[in-house]
Design a protein around this ligand. Structure first.
Ligand SMILES: *Cc1c(COP(=O)(O)O)cnc(C)c1O
Length: 416
């Protein structure tokens, strides 16, 4: 029996047309993978990564040479001077919160210029939740500037809104659960240039989650000062079991390190246990795995558009992250598709995902994906709020073959 026996003849014909159509685009991504793989390989070589660096420390984690080298490799490959890459970060949200709150002081303002921040960061910043421990309690103002109706940053309002109080300007690269498009590194550069025309020395932070290795340059290469992301997404290569990273300017990473642990200690302590070997290997694989996820997203966009759904980005649009959104237009097929994503996962394939209310969200959310690393969205997954236009956010997949099989399986289950 062949895998092809699981699919309708008609679907196989559509897939074969789609394969032909997207081939040039997939080749472009292969070239991008080469650029990024080369960058990472060189960072390993320049920093002399050795077998002994794969063994972590215990206790205080003093003289943890592997940790020091890992952070140098991250800094070089992602365009920074220094980095914190630690298993003690519980998630990307934690690292982003530590980075932002490590830079602001009483009387300062932290200003997001790309609309409402990602859901999980709203409580961190005191924009939602009960406010306990929020920046406001410390006399720090946090605000955001809405995007224009077309999803672009509102550059005129941003210019007017910046003041001598503004210490940190924050930019979110990926779309999150918003309907806007993600911001390419070029678009981020436009924003940074406008901000710097008013406040040349303001610190610019980028939430880089889902973005790493999705283009051949990163926000730090075009003028951002600090960025952060999760190791359950691109930078972990799909195999790092815990942690997150912050990369950027030397002096700012030092300030942030005192928020990460305590003043004085900073990044000098922190045992790495069994973290290092997977952290090195995952980062080495990240360009390829991220590239596979993007190739999978291109296939998803092309196939699902061919089947009559509206998708964003379109298959041949420029991409700056691994997220693919699909509008189902009605509840039933959205839920069915999410069920099929779960059925086509390697882990927990027998589980039925059910829409559920979640803290911080106004609508029920459905989440599908059976992953090796709990909740990892560099692995094949789909989720979204149950509300019009009934959009699923698809992302990840460790191999192109799995993404292709799974999407074909989901299309078969939902539409044939
Ligand atoms: C996933 C994500 C985060 C948070 O990362 P976690 O590891 O899930 O906490 C922050 N911002 C954006 C845009 C994200 O997509």
């Amino acid at each position: 029996m062949s895998y092809r026996d699981n699919f309708d003849k008609e679907l196989l014909e559509v897939v074969s047309e789609v394969d032909k159509k997207i081939q040039p685009k997939l080749s472009e991504i292969d070239e991008q993978i080469l650029e990024n793989q080369s960058k990472v390989l060189q960072a390993f070589q320049h920093n002399g990564v050795a077998e002994s660096h794969l063994n972590g420390s215990t206790g205080y984690g003093h003289t943890d040479e592997g940790r020091v080298i890992l952070e140098r490799v991250y800094a070089e490959a992602l365009g920074g001077e220094a980095a914190l890459v630690r298993p003690q970060f519980v998630s990307g949200t934690h690292a982003i919160g530590v980075a932002l709150l490590g830079l602001v002081r009483p009387g300062d303002e932290l200003l997001y210029i790309t609309g409402e921040p990602y859901d999980t960061l709203q409580e961190v910043l005191g924009l939602a939740g009960n406010g306990i421990g929020s920046p406001k309690e410390y006399g720090i103002d946090v605000d955001y500037i809405d995007l224009l109706k077309n999803g672009e940053a509102d550059l005129n309002t941003i210019k007017k809104r910046l003041s001598s109080k503004t210490k940190v300007v924050a930019i979110q690269r990926s779309r999150g659960y918003a309907t806007r498009e993600s911001f390419t590194v070029d678009k981020i550069k436009e924003m940074i240039d406008v901000v710097r025309s008013v406040l040349p020395d303001v610190w610019i932070f980028v939430d880089n989650a889902y973005g790493e290795f999705s283009e051949t340059i990163e926000p730090l290469d075009i003028g951002a000062d600090v960025m952060a992301g999760s190791l359950f997404k691109n930078a972990g290569g799909g195999i790092v079991p815990t942690g997150a990273y912050i990369v950027g300017r030397d002096d700012l990473i030092e300030m942030i390190s005192y928020r990460f642990t305590v003043p004085g200690l900073g990044g000098a302590e922190g045992a790495t246990g069994s973290f290092l070997s997977l952290a090195f290997e995952g980062f080495f694989m990240a360009p390829q795995v991220t590239g596979n996820a993007i190739k999978g997203a291109i296939f998803e966009a092309a196939l699902l558009e061919e089947l009559g759904l509206s998708v964003s980005p379109k298959w041949d649009d420029p991409r700056t992250d691994i997220v693919q959104t699909v509008n189902f237009g009605e509840k039933e097929s959205m839920i069915k598709f999410a069920e099929a994503i779960q059925r086509n996962s390697p882990i927990d394939s027998y589980v039925l995902p059910i829409p559920e209310e979640m803290a911080g969200y106004e609508d029920e959310i459905i989440m599908a994906g059976g992953t090796f690393i709990q909740g990892s969205t560099l692995e094949f997954s789909g989720d979204g709020p149950i509300r019009p236009p009934y959009t699923l956010y698809l992302q990840g997949g460790l191999t192109y073959a799995h993404i292709k099989l799974a999407i074909m399986g989901a299309a078969q289950y939902t539409f044939y």
